[in-house]
Design a protein around this ligand. Structure first.
Ligand SMILES: Cc1cc2nc3c(=O)[nH]c(=O)nc-3n(C[C@H](O)[C@H](O)[C@H](O)COP(=O)(O)OP(=O)(O)OC[C@H]3O[C@@H](n4cnc5c(N)ncnc54)[C@H](O)[C@@H]3O)c2cc1C
Length: 537
């Protein structure tokens, strides 16, 4: 396309309005660029808006315990990377984190605070922090300050498992507005609201209902984007460059099947991340990396539960962590630490038995009447009757008949489990031994292991299917440390940047702690915003 064919012209075009996109846009705008943000959905914020809104920034000086060092952060990430991390990108993330936080606070009304006591996800590894300090959340944000934009942030229906709503989750992640009077939002909504307000104040108004379709190039350099906006086909020139912040490809079945390292049964993100940025980058020769990886999470699907016309998957946390519940496969055997961090669970769920196929997928969360009575389960409150799809069963044989779980195998598993937990001990998978394990467990328990270990011995018994899904994918175009997309030849593609789940995730297979996805997304969004305005540090 020739330059004169463009409908609009601007310095920087940002595609997508999640944490990565809004941070890139804010940074570029504050540094003097004219910026336009195009968002495919009718509302802004993407997955970031429905998330817990926590950022993992592993090295900083904001802790009351003193400096959290780069060396510790690097040792920790290296220890959990299984050899699959790009040291240069990871160190860039670690070193830029504090600068990004300072920048966002200086140029918006967003404020971050440490989510006190939120442990790293593998705190016992070298450099890990059992007492927290690396996870930060956005402080509650007063929605009315957004004016007409207050109702234009992406949200899930307000029910039990929405991280922004569920009271227990909110309390754990310190996302509570209860002490503030007024119209406050918390968690991911607060993060997006704060970024959006900063952006609006910088003179940038996102365009929603605007889907980027194709990158426009002049020779090898990207010069613009073709966008379908409100029924019109627009060619927008980006004088300095285009930032792909379109999230992952978790909602595109073909891409999921082609690339992910094992089955992914349901994304828990809103249904707009269909790999558009990935396809656009591939069409221009981008090199790809980390394509097999996702931000994995165990999921449940409630019968008839939909969002945006798609079956809805929900990440399951409290129900697998509290005492008196375990996860078993169809042989009735446990195969993981149910209370461990979710991302690492993909391995055991993906275990491929040469004779039996995916032996652990699907699996079941098995729990007893005491669990239901004390804690409730998936929105069924303590004291309420269990729905049929929980397979209420008078004994294990009955449960086996209803679910297909091998009842003898399950009986053997429960006998051993009940014996072991009486000694607060899980010799098979060490559940309860990490400082992380009890975090989502029973706060009233007097011992650390007691927060998550308890017998399963009181009928009726129940079982709910659980499988592995994803919060988003982690692979995409390979970038340099400033978000420049690299061509398969190794050279940067002029004018093309990527950040967040649209780029090849810097941390490889690792997931450092709560906020491990939004932290890097905002850091690389920030760096792309600096680089595109030639303010590289
Ligand atoms: C319930 C839940 C809780 C979570 N909690 C946390 C947490 O507390 N901390 C954490 O670190 N992570 C969390 N995550 C994961 C995290 O939210 C995501 O990994 C992260 O927000 C991704 O940010 P992003 O900016 O890359 O993508 P997104 O926030 O998904 O934004 C991408 C945007 O691009 C838009 N888009 C897609 N295609 C196009 C196109 N062609 N043109 C224009 N726009 C397009 C999408 O509509 C979307 O708005 C959670 C996820 C879920 C679902």
């Amino acid at each position: 396309m020739h330059v004169t064919d463009f409908d609009r012209e601007v310095d920087v075009v940002v595609l997508g309005s999640g944490g990565a996109g809004l941070t890139a846009a804010l940074t570029a705008a504050v540094n003097g660029a004219s910026v336009e943000v195009y968002e495919k959905a009718a509302t802004v914020g993407g997955t970031t808006a429905v998330s817990g809104g926590i950022l993992w920034i592993p090295a900083h000086r904001r802790s009351s315990e003193g400096e959290l060092t780069v060396d510790d952060a690097m040792s920790y990430l290296r220890a959990q990377s299984l050899g699959y991390m790009d040291d240069d990108l990871v160190e860039t993330f670690v070193r830029t984190g504090p600068e990004m936080l300072d920048f966002v606070e200086a140029h918006s009304d967003l404020r971050f605070e440490i989510a006190e006591g939120f442990p790293d996800y593998k705190p016992e590894l070298p450099g890990g922090r059992a007492g927290g300090g690396r996870s930060l959340n956005a402080k509650p944000f007063e929605l009315s300050r957004l004016g007409e934009w207050r109702d234009r942030i992406t949200s899930f229906p307000a029910d039990f498992s929405n991280v922004g709503i569920d009271a227990e989750t909110r309390a754990r992640i310190h996302a509570s507005a209860e002490n503030d009077s007024g119209d406050y939002c918390v968690a991911g909504t607060a993060l997006i609201a704060g970024l959006l307000k900063g952006l609006l104040d910088a003179g940038v108004t996102p365009r929603t209902g605007a889907r980027a379709m194709e990158l426009i190039a002049d020779g090898d350099a990207i010069t613009g984007v073709r966008i379908i906006h409100e029924g019109s086909d627009l060619a927008v020139r980006a004088r300095r460059g285009v930032v792909l912040a379109t999230g992952g490809f978790e909602w595109d079945t073909k891409l999921v099947e082609a690339y992910l390292r094992g089955p992914m049964h349901g994304p828990v993100s809103p249904p707009n991340n269909t790999g558009d940025g990935l396809r656009m980058a591939m069409a221009r020769g981008a090199d790809l990396a980390n394509m097999g990886e996702a931000w994995w999470v165990p999921i449940v699907q409630l019968p008839g539960d939909t969002f945006g016309g798609h079956p809805r998957s929900r990440s399951v946390r409290l129900e697998r962590t509290r005492p008196r519940s375990i996860i078993v496969n169809r042989a009735g055997k446990r195969f993981l630490n149910e209370a461990g961090e979710y991302n690492s669970m993909a391995g055991p769920f993906h275990f491929l038995d040469p004779r039996d196929g995916y032996a652990n997928d699907p699996a079941w969360i098995v729990f007893d009447s005491q669990h239901l009575k004390r804690y409730g389960f998936l929105g069924v409150l303590p004291g309420e009757e269990a729905p049929d799809w929980f397979s209420p069963s008078t004994d294990l044989a009955d449960l086996g008949e209803k679910t297909g779980i091998d009842a003898d195998g399950l009986a053997r598993t429960l006998a051993a489990w009940n014996e072991n937990v009486a000694h607060e001990h899980d010799p098979d998978f060490s559940r309860g031994s990490s400082a992380y394990d009890g975090y989502w467990g029973d706060d009233k328990a007097v011992t650390a292991a007691g927060k998550t270990l308890g017998p399963i011995d009181t009928a009726p018994y129940y079982a709910v299917p659980v499988s592995i899904g994803a919060m988003g994918t982690k692979g995409g175009p390979r970038t340099d440390r400033d978000g420049r997309v690299l061509h398969v030849s190794g050279a940067p593609i002029a004018g093309l940047y990527a950040a967040g789940n649209a780029m090849a995730g810097a941390t490889g297979k690792a997931y450092g702690g709560a906020g491990g996805t939004i932290g890097p997304a905002m850091v690389f969004g920030y760096r792309a915003g600096l680089a595109i305005t030639a303010r590289v540090s």
